[in-house]
Design a protein around this ligand. Structure first.
Ligand code: GLU
Ligand code: MG
Length: 451
């Protein structure tokens, strides 16, 4: 869509404010809005934001990061392809924006530009990624100082469906009107927990879609008088909310799924095995990108299907990488990897960019996953010595562990570049330092609200 078309559409729809949104190092969606009168100019020149924004912890405490203080700013330049009218707020529209320097270059600390860089690298290798985020979230209400789930329903139960129906139907029609393709819905295991999935798309669009999705669910639920939360573990006694990431690699023309090989027992190509090899090798550090919040590690635990072990397996929901079984008649199209240790407190651009960086490293080094990491049972049921013989390790058990792993992983920090890596790690450490001093109730209250 070009700028003239956007202005025409916005005017026709009666839009007053257009928000230019970004997702920061803390996974928080933030933005600034321009009045419609200034839109033509702002589309070209962007909006100025202080560079300090990428050094802001998710408690809004400014951290010390070089080049991210009171001096300097970046421009939020919206991507014309992301212009979206908001049915839940008819006077508003949103666009997803890149952080661009005043010298007109992608800013090194821009998460969306990081993902674009990884996709360009993949393209140089002849690969085009399709991705889907599979979000789980809770509907809840305020309860004293805390929150309580919307209902007491069971997994897949029609009673849960009935309770949530007004909100869900509105979410579905709103997402559809915004151009997202809804795939499936069901009341998830937790009381008040929902899962509503969106069809895969090109990797950048999939990450953009996930931000539109988070905004939509929050706002629609709010309009119905409910709170929605994407926090990884908003209720300690209920199931966690993951946001598994599905990924497949296609040829440049997007005609052939390069992860698919009908000759292989698992239907996977050598490329797919190498990609998995990279993911598994980098998983300890990658976890700091895909499970980035304090609350993430309350979700990651054995026996909760959130995965706790570094391994992969066929339809194995306790393995970090699940190889989903294929659908009849759509074998090639439905071949993908499901990366499970991921949640919606992550920045989708950073999470996906990191995942691709890890996988591509495996491809470049022809890294086959060690044999012992293939597992068709729950790893938590193996003895410690069985796990050791197979070489299956635990995922980092705390945010601090994953931060340290990321710091030590030069492939991941190298892909991110010094400025994104250092600001990101600083924000994560700030989180650890704050929340490790506080109790569970404080952690949950804050994460519930932020995500
Ligand atoms: N809620 C689980 C998680 O935290 C996932 C359940 C499922 O397999 O859908 O990842
Ligand atoms: Mg689920």
């Amino acid at each position: 869509m070009d700028h003239i078309e956007i202005v025409r559409l916005a005017n026709e729809a009666g839009v007053q404010l257009v928000s230019f949104l970004f997702c920061d190092n803390g996974g928080i969606i933030r933005g600034k809005s321009t009045h419609i009168a200034g839109l033509p100019q702002r589309l070209a020149s962007g909006m100025g934001v202080t560079s300090a924004m990428q050094a802001m912890s998710d408690m809004d405490q400014l951290q010390v990061v070089e080049g991210m203080g009171p001096v300097g700013e970046f421009r939020l330049i919206p991507d014309p392809d992301t212009f979206t009218l908001l049915p839940y707020a008819p006077q508003r529209a949103l666009m997803l924006a890149d952080m661009i320097t005043t010298e007109r270059e992608p800013w090194e600390a821009c998460p969306r530009s990081f993902l674009k860089r990884m996709l360009a690298r993949a393209q140089d290798m002849g690969l085009a990624f399709q991705a889907a985020f599979e979000p789980e979230w809770y509907l809840a209400r305020r309860d004293g100082d805390g929150f309580a789930p919307m209902d007491e329903s069971l997994d897949n139960s029609t009673i849960g469906d009935a309770f949530a129906r007004d909100v869900i139907d509105d979410v579905v029609s709103t997402l559809t009107a915004q151009g997202l393709r809804v795939e499936q819905y069901y009341p998830e295991l937790g009381q008040g927990q929902q899962e509503l999935s969106i069809a895969h798309a090109g990797a950048l669009t999939a990450a953009d879609n996930h931000l539109v999705y988070r905004e939509t669910v929050r706002n629609v639920a709010w309009n119905h008088g409910w709170l929605a939360s994407f926090a990884p573990k908003p209720f300690p006694e209920q199931a966690g909310s993951g946001c598994h990431i599905h990924l497949s690699a296609w040829d440049r023309n997007e005609e052939r799924n390069l992860f698919y090989d009908p000759e292989d027992a698992q239907g996977l190509s050598l490329l797919a095995y190498h990609f998995i090899g990279g993911i598994l090798e980098h998983l300890p550090g990658l976890a700091a990108l895909t499970c980035p919040s304090m609350n993430s590690y309350r979700r990651i635990s054995p026996g909760s299907w959130s995965t706790a072990y570094i391994c992969y397996g066929p339809d194995n929901r306790e393995a970090a990488v699940r190889i989903p079984s294929r659908f009849w008649g759509a074998e090639m199209a439905s071949t993908n990897l499901e990366f499970r240790p991921a949640d919606s407190s992550s920045n989708p651009y950073i999470a996906l960019g990191g995942l691709i960086a890890a996988g591509l490293d495996g491809v470049e080094r022809s890294l086959r996953p060690p044999e012992g990491l293939w597992i068709d049972t729950d790893p938590a049921r193996l003895t410690a010595s069985d796990l050791a013989v197979r070489g299956i390790r635990r995922l980092p058990a705390t945010l601090l562990d994953s931060i340290r792993e990321l710091e030590a992983d030069e492939t991941l920090t190298g892909a991110m570049g010094p400025m994104l890596a250092s600001s990101y790690l600083t924000i994560r450490r700030a989180d650890w330092e704050l929340f490790s001093q506080r109790d569970e109730e404080f952690e949950i209250r804050h994460h519930f609200y932020k995500y």
